[in-house]
Ligand binder design. Structure first.
Ligand code: AMP
Length: 557
């Protein structure tokens, strides 16, 4: 099939903004290709979105806009400066090429018409070139292509090279078009896409084997699947009750990774399915040691720790984006991997209940302390919710984000943000609040203040209560706080005391809610003491104004 046919499709797509019309145009074209040249259906499907490789492929063309402009200049016989001027004028390298090539085609007649397959194969060849003089070799092939191109063809070849096709077609439209072209229900296309992340393959199987063939597609180590996503939990108790019982885990704040082993190869993919194996060589070698030498897919979260405590998530981005000097970064920013799921081990496990996938994970991972761990977990029923609350507090105290609440019976649902996995997070921000009162415990704890009443300050620097906090302190800090507080008690009624506001606590919590119960008009859900702020005095505590604005902000999101 001639490349001009594809270019006509691009132009037609460009001429409408209506999604249904775009779908129709693409569906007709995919059908036509399927009937005439079925072997090129996979590349055509990808090229319709301006791609040569599926998203998860590590291959890239490696031609920046400077180099591309040079190739255009040579192909049309002008200076790179003139190409640059055109790009500036039109704001698009594709339009600039079209103009320049139009001038050229008036004088030279291109002889060999380009086919879709030729364009595809040459672009693959360009991506495959590496090593010495690779830029020259890449540009050579590109110039060869461009010198046989018409002005319209040049417009789209150049846009494909810089991965900006500008015809308004994304994965959604392509999926609809495949469904329409080969009469396959959309959900089946959706699921096949989730599992393989290769719309070229999905199109080919749709045509050749139909729905039955698609249903047989399964995940394979080496091909990443879209990760299962989490919804926000409205509350631990409510969520656990809904699930019947739940597996709760610490929520680590780093980056989600899907790790594939196929034969000797170990690849690490991000949540967006980018391959980041080269940036994280130590994780690859930890995995080689910690897991059996069999094909598998496991998932986890990578975080940065210092002295056993997690540190800002920002550091890990520095590691992931790094292309050079990686060895030095391995020493400077040490990583810990917390594994939490198995998607494949010996066979496909995504339809296996989570509790079983977790058991498999535990049976295959050899813990490598501080390097490869398994996520901390508790099993919770509606009658022992405190176990989940304790995990939440401990997780926050250790510097993590909160907890995940997972349905033990649920399959792995690629790409779905459903009710089978929920997150219950602390607000990223903490509050500094003054201790103004407390309540003594009962029984064995009768000589300890078990819960503290906290206050913020209003515009007039008047203290206004906002919450009681009972948790988060280890025994040592609890004793320390008691000692600090006792001399400050100004009044006692039964077990309840008033305390002179001198001590400031840093408080983490999950949510600010309106409440008539406290003087501030607000209350905190799941408040947890993160520490005693010896460096702050009551004048430094948080204000009603800040809480107002945090509350309003949370209502918007
Ligand atoms: P969020 O990014 O806020 O939607 O929260 C979901 C993310 O939490 C997942 O995509 C993972 O990257 C991360 N996460 C951290 N710890 C866990 C865990 N134990 N289980 C599942 N996901 C986790």
């Amino acid at each position: 099939m001639l490349y001009t046919k594809l270019v006509e499709v691009y132009e037609a797509l460009n001429s409408t903004t209506k999604r249904l019309e775009k779908t129709e145009i693409l569906a007709d074209f995919l059908k036509l290709i399927g009937e005439n040249e079925p072997h090129i259906l996979p590349p055509v499907t990808l090229m319709s979105m301006g791609r040569i490789f599926p998203t998860w492929s590590q291959k890239e063309l490696g031609i920046g806009s400077k180099l591309l402009m040079k190739a255009i200049a040579s192909a049309v016989g002008v200076t790179p400066g003139e190409v640059e001027d055109q790009v500036r004028e039109t704001g698009d390298i594709g339009l600039a090429s079209e103009k320049l090539f139009r001038r050229k085609s008036q004088v030279t007649l291109f002889t060999r018409p380009l086919t879709i397959l030729k364009v595809y194969k040459d672009l693959v060849k360009i991506a495959d070139i590496s090593g010495g003089r690779s830029q020259y070799k890449k540009i050579d092939i590109l110039m060869g292509l461009l010198s046989s191109a018409s002005s319209f063809e040049a417009k789209y070849i150049t846009r494909t090279v810089i991965e900006e096709l500008r015809v308004g077609v994304g994965e959604g439209t392509i999926k609809d078009a495949i469904s329409q072209a080969f009469h396959i229900p959309k959900e089946v296309i959706e699921r096949s896409h989730m599992l393989t992340n290769d719309l070229g393959l999905v199109a080919a199987v749709s045509r050749e084997e139909g729905e039955e063939g698609l249903k047989k597609l399964s995940l394979k180590p080496g091909k990443p699947v879209k990760p299962m996503l989490a919804q926000l939990s409205p509350g631990i108790g409510e969520t656990v009750k809904e699930m019947g019982w739940a597996i709760c885990e610490t929520k680590y704040d780093g980056i989600r990774v899907q790790i594939h082993r196929k034969g000797e190869d170990i690849e690490i993919y991000t949540r967006r399915l980018e391959n980041i194996s080269l940036a994280l060589p130590e994780i690859v070698s930890y995995i080689r040691e910690s897991l059996p030498a069999e094909d598998f897919i496991v998932e986890g979260e990578i975080i940065v720790t210092r002295d056993g405590k997690p540190i800002s998530f920002q550091y890990i981005l520095q590691r992931v984006r790094r292309k050079y000097d990686i060895e030095r970064m391995v020493d400077q920013i040490p990583l810990t991997l917390y594994l939490f799921d198995t998607l494949y081990f010996g066979n496909n496990l995504i339809d296996t209940p989570f509790r079983r996938r977790r058991e498999i994970l535990e049976s295959i991972v050899r813990i490598y302390p501080g390097k490869v761990e398994i996520s901390r977990q508790v099993k919770v029923t509606p009658s022992d919710i405190e176990k989940a609350q304790k995990l939440f507090e401990d997780s926050i105290n250790e510097g993590h984000e909160g907890i995940m609440i997972k349905d033990p019976e649920a399959p792995y649902m690629p790409g779905i943000r459903g009710k089978k996995m929920l997150k219950f997070k602390a607000e990223p921000e903490t509050l500094d609040l003054a201790v103004v009162g407390g309540t003594y415990g009962k029984g064995k704890r009768a000589h300890f203040i078990g819960s503290y009443l906290l206050a913020l300050q209003d515009d007039d620097n008047q203290l206004r209560t906002i919450a009681h906090v009972a948790t988060g302190l280890d025994d040592k800090t609890l004793a320390e706080l008691s000692q600090l507080v006792e001399p400050l008690i100004t009044n006692q009624k039964g077990r309840t005391v008033r305390i002179e506001p001198r001590i400031v606590l840093e408080i983490a919590f999950s949510e600010i809610v309106k409440s008539p119960e406290y003087e501030s008009g607000y209350s905190l859900r799941f408040p947890v003491v993160k520490g005693i702020r010896y460096d702050l005095s009551p004048e430094d505590i948080d204000t009603l104004e800040r809480i107002d604005s945090m509350f309003k902000g949370s209502q918007k999101s």
